[in-house]
Design a protein around this ligand. Structure first.
Ligand code: GLC
Ligand code: CA
Length: 553
């Protein structure tokens, strides 16, 4: 595999609105990120991905951009951002911006001009169709946040526009070369500023199956999931290749795609040495539909990595701003403690690919346990989840309980810095509730505690970067070990060294026979150090949720 500058990096996702507030308005800001750069450097972070901070009405928390060339005043100014880039560089940290170009905001000037003159130049930046009340819609696709993808064009009773996400997120028409050129210009403007690259939002959606047509109805609403259309839409690669050629490739930028539904044969095109993107997220575990078990978690991530073996790098996560907290999702509630949290961390962190940490994950932040009312939350996706649950026959209390398990707000509650009011996130009134668990789960309590989840993450990062082992963790061959042994999750990484990652993914002890003897324990989540006799045996007994990272003879 051709070596790239970003291969050995560790990345960290910041959701700026909830990270750290420096001016008391209850909203995290760029200055807050600058203040915490030393914290991130100390943790061992090389790349920061910032969720969107561009001008935005925040209908979808900044994923609805009204000006791509400026920062929303709530987050700061372009000067603040320039300072962040410069301060990051001093510390060897690259800044990755979020690239949201499937859609913009309905408050972007392109859309305003399109509303003024739908048949003019900017009308063609969007998907606008003629429509009279009573007509059938051009297609029956369901938007990701619920309801039809079609909405009346403001100021025009006889026109509608397409939005696959929120109605305040009109889709940009990538079939139009003029639009594409505008997008590339904007991307190059940012890359010229010295950012390290982009995380690329919802990018698969830029190719629509045209002309618009209906797909099979898959809900009581008479609509059809966008996925049905996407499976049928071919040709996204042409757009992506042009995009990469016009922008990223010229700058040797780091790019990570939010890609779903790609076909096996497309993998080299997406993330091969000369792919459209540097890497893409592995969402295989996030996509598990049934209840999570150690077995389906293991099968998902092992399959994902075997699938890209020899082709390219995946980016590994246990959570992000769109998912509940990973520890709450992947560990049974009754078993959730520091030991099981560390086990999960060790499993995903040492897989081939690039580890991403989502803010707060490094201190073991968990989901909310309850809210009294849906209005305690904020996400625009909540209403549809809640109403669908009611529609399916759940009571209000049950619908709320369901929402709490799945809402994206679980990841968006403020970072828990300490046990003071508002978890030290703001001196003002936080824009979103603080998770009451901050009294016990916060950075201040962990930063000097050698047994903490935080210190464990630090150790994981320094192990990955340890010059003796780095090439093995970055380029070593991945092979599952005893995948059929129940509730065991073990794999080897073999390069210059031979390393095994072994996890006992259950609350009972478990015996494992190893392929050879252990030479050295590199990391463990228990206080138990293997005594000399266990080094002499290939049979080991793992305690509940034990994780071992060992070098093999
Ligand atoms: C991506 C983002 C998500 C957003 C959506 C629309 O999935 O991660 O937060 O709602 O795209 O931009
Ligand atoms: Ca602020």
């Amino acid at each position: 595999m051709e070596k790239k500058w970003w291969h050995n990096k560790v990345a960290y996702q910041i959701y700026p609105k909830s990270f750290y507030d420096t001016n008391g308005d209850g909203i995290g800001d760029i200055n807050g990120v600058i203040e915490k750069l030393d914290y991130l450097r100390n943790l061992g972070i090389d790349i920061i991905w910032l969720s969107p901070i561009y001008c935005s009405p925040l209908a979808d928390q900044g994923y609805d951009i009204s000006n791509y060339y400026d920062i929303d005043p709530r987050f700061g100014t372009i000067d603040d951002l320039d300072r962040l880039i410069a301060e990051g560089k001093k510390r060897g940290i690259g800044i990755v911006m979020d690239l949201v170009v499937n859609h913009c905001s309905d408050e972007h000037e392109w859309f305003k001009k399109a509303c003024e003159d739908p048949d003019g130049e900017y009308g063609k930046f969007f998907y606008i169709e003629d429509y009279k009340d009573g007509d059938p819609l051009p297609c029956n696709w369901r938007s990701y946040f619920g309801g039809s993808v079609w909405e009346k064009l403001p100021g025009h009773d006889d026109k509608i526009y397409l939005h696959v996400f929120h109605k305040k997120q009109p889709d940009l028409n990538w079939e139009n070369p003029k639009l594409r050129k505008e997008v590339y210009k904007m991307i190059n403007w940012w890359l010229d500023k010295g950012i390290a690259g982009f995380r690329i939002d919802a990018i698969i959606n830029i190719k629509k199956k045209l002309p618009f047509s209906d797909y099979s109805v898959d809900g009581d609403d008479g609509l059809s999931s966008i996925d049905n259309m996407l499976k049928d839409a071919t040709g996204v690669g042409e757009f992506l290749n042009e995009l990469a050629d016009e922008t990223f490739r010229k700058h040797d930028a780091f790019t990570v795609g939010e890609v779903f539904n790609e076909k096996d044969e497309e993998l080299p095109l997406f993330i091969g040495s000369h792919g459209y993107f540097s890497t893409m997220f592995d969402f295989s575990a996030e996509s598990i539909k049934e209840d999570i078990s150690p077995e389906n978690y293991k099968n998902a991530i092992f399959k994902a990595h075997e699938r890209v073996d020899g082709i390219g790098f995946l980016s590994n996560i246990i959570e992000n701003h769109d998912e509940p907290r990973g520890v709450s999702r992947f560990i049974p509630k009754e078993d959730l403690d520091d030991t099981s949290k560390k086990m999960l961390a060790g499993i995903y962190f040492l897989l081939p690919g690039l580890p991403f940490i989502y803010q707060g994950q490094e201190i073991g932040m968990e989901n909310l346990d309850k809210v009294n009312d849906i209005n305690d939350l904020d996400d625009c996706a909540n209403a549809n989840i809640y109403e669908t649950a009611l529609h399916e026959g759940k009571t209000h209390a049950e619908a709320l309980a369901h929402l709490i398990n799945v809402t994206r707000d679980n990841a968006r509650t403020p970072f828990q810095w300490d046990d003071s009011e508002n978890a030290g996130f703001t001196d003002g009134r936080s824009w979103l509730m603080v998770n009451p668990k901050y009294k016990n789960i916060n950075l201040a309590a962990q930063i000097n505690d050698s047994d903490s989840v935080f210190i464990f993450y630090k150790e994981l990062i320094s192990l990955r970067k340890n010059p003796e082992y780095e090439s093995t963790f970055v380029y070593g061959k991945f092979a599952p070990y005893k995948p059929a042994q129940k509730n065991l999750l073990a794999y080897s990484r073999v390069g210059e060294k031979s390393v095994m990652v072994i996890a006992n993914y259950q609350k009972d002890a478990q015996t494992l026979s190893l392929p050879s003897k252990i030479k050295k324990v590199l990391l463990s989540n228990t206080s138990k150090t293997l005594d000399n006799s266990s080094f002499n045996s290939t049979e080991i007994v793992l305690s509940p949720y034990e994780l071992l990272v060992v070098e093999m003879v």
